[in-house]
Design a protein around this ligand. Structure first.
Ligand code: 1GP
Length: 252
């Protein structure tokens, strides 16, 4: 029986109104030396989670990337796979993503059927994830690869109904993403409507580039903030954003 430690930690943080910060590492964009330094910065900043994955994986060092991170840090590593090939037993958990904002059956269930035996055999903790892509003002790899349109960024109701449906279908978390490097991150209005409509943890990412934005997204209702691109360019942001996210006080 696989323990649900990572998911329990997400639920506990949410129950205690503690916001979490996740650093996204794309194995295609970092080398082994960089990983050691990113891991140290994540440790110093008390980063809550590290997500590893990318829409495409051109290089083949997912295992090495995670092992190298693990050699320097105890922060839980969660796979955020762009395809069923991105499974590594060295991670702690895997977001089992169903692209519920899209209408491509392959990414709703097809790829899952094909990869199910391999995913099960990995022994990883599986976190069933309703993945919602919102238009971030630029064509993203995920939209192109998935042949599906993102939710328009002003259609808050579509996003909230999609998240509600995801929760009722039994997803453990909702991950709302404007796509890596989005020009426009998800609006606080949309985040607050979605978070008010569901009880499961809400992960928000895509185009978040500074601490102020991360703080405001948490205030709006995001439980976990994910930053990838901006940190690849400047990893001193790890500390700044972690402080902002951890400093959010929520009125209850
Ligand atoms: C992308 O949510 C993540 O899937 C993070 O996006 O790289 O723009 O921070 P960025």
């Amino acid at each position: 029986m696989v323990t649900k430690q990572v998911y329990q930690s997400l639920l506990q943080k949410k129950a205690h109104h503690q916001k979490a910060f996740a650093v996204l590492i794309d194995p295609d964009k970092v080398d082994a030396n960089q990983i050691a330094s990113i891991a140290e910065k994540c440790n110093e900043a008390a980063v809550d989670y590290v997500f590893v994955g990318g829409s495409l994986m051109v290089t083949n060092h997912l295992d090495a990337c995670i092992q190298s991170f693990k050699a320097h840090s105890d922060i839980p590593v969660i796979l955020f796979p762009g395809s069923p090939a991105q499974v590594s037993r060295y991670a702690d958990a895997l977001f089992y993503l169903s692209l519920i904002s899209g209408r491509n059956p392959e990414l709703l269930i097809g790829a899952h059927v094909v990869s199910a035996p391999m995913v099960k055999a990995s022994g990883l903790e599986i976190i069933s994830t309703g993945y919602i892509v919102v238009d971030g003002g630029a064509a993203t790899t995920v939209s192109y690869m998935s042949h599906s349109q993102p939710i328009p960024n002003d259609k808050d109701d579509v996003a909230l109904c999609t998240a509600m449906a995801g929760e009722m279908l039994g997803k453990h978390v909702i991950y709302m993403d404007a796509g890596s490097g989005a020009r426009q991150s998800i609006s606080e209005g949309m985040i607050s409507k979605v978070s008010a409509s569901i009880e499961i943890p809400l992960i928000v990412g895509g185009g978040i580039r500074d601490a102020e934005k991360a703080y405001r997204n948490c205030k709006a209702g995001a439980d976990v903030i994910v930053v990838g691109n901006a940190i690849e360019k400047d990893n001193t942001l790890i500390k700044e954003i972690a402080e902002a996210v951890h400093g959010v006080e929520v009125k209850v």
